[in-house]
Design a protein around this ligand. Sequence first.
Ligand code: ADE
Ligand code: ZN
Length: 345
Amino acid sequence: MASDSDLKSFLRKLPKAELHLHLEGALCSHRVAELAKKYGVELAHAEIHQRYNTRGFAQFLELYKWATSFLREPDDYAHLAEDTCSNLREQGVVYAEITLSIGVMLLRKQDVRANFRAIHDVFEEKFRAAQGPRIQFVFDAIRQFGQAPAKEIVELAAEHRTSGVVAFGLGGDELSLPLADFQPAYERAASAGLHLLVHAGETGGPDQIRDAIDLLGAERIGHGIAAIRDPTLMTRLSQRKTPLEICPTSNLRTNALNIQLNATDVSLIDHPLPKLFRAGIPISLSTDDPAMFHTNLVDEYFHAHQMGLSLDELLQINRAAFEQSFLSPEQRAILLAQLKNYRPS
Ligand code: ADE
Ligand code: ZN
């Protein structure tokens, strides 16, 4: 490909799937400013800027808590869904699995059903009008909040299975509570026919990934970059074909990359993505919390190229994202058929 800008424009047009995207992490600073105004909260521009430009996992969780405190009614979630839908479309995403922090809604004693309806209806309407990607949802619990809300979230996810909720997931602070605490919630989720996701091996060690698989039956791992520290685990992930949802910029900004590489001054090109991919572990590329990490999916593919992946390898990763998705076989085949026309010139 002639230039970086040719590559980016090819990547933008390529129909893509994104599997690890938190709706609340797509809440941009402009929308926060607007919501603060709506609710009569005075916010200095400098404060917003400072909160959106920190580094470190604890700082990120603090930003997430603060920014979502301005999402107070279904209409706020609807606007966020509209912003997210148009950004996904602009990025060439034709299918996304969007994670909703139901744990945060419950903490704030919000009406989860009404929030979900508002979010769902926006995406559904845009999809039907051919103005947005096909979307399915993941209902996420937050690890440090414990197993009681997690169980409530599983029930809510099960209730909404016919409205596009395909999976139950667990995010938040990996170092807070052991995954064994969540076994009953995951057993119930599996029996309700939900797919099972876990954030593991982001800031925690390889043991978190093993527990996610062995104790909870995780079908895909959110991040999972700690696997790089454990060759036996890498072999196991490759043999059992357990996908990792890789989010490079997120890993840089939360310092997960520093932690896993045991180094202080790492950059994106040090990311273990190429090693994981070339070890035969199924991976996909995502943005995680694009507004909070100042990234987008095209940039993530471009970063992967800068890490040394060829265009052909990028195309393999994109195709794999559709294959690792929770689409029905019929819908998957329809979307995969679209890829045939996209070959580099
Ligand atoms: N929730 C939103 N983004 C997250 C991340 N990167 N890790 C854990 N929980 C999250
Ligand atoms: Zn995440």
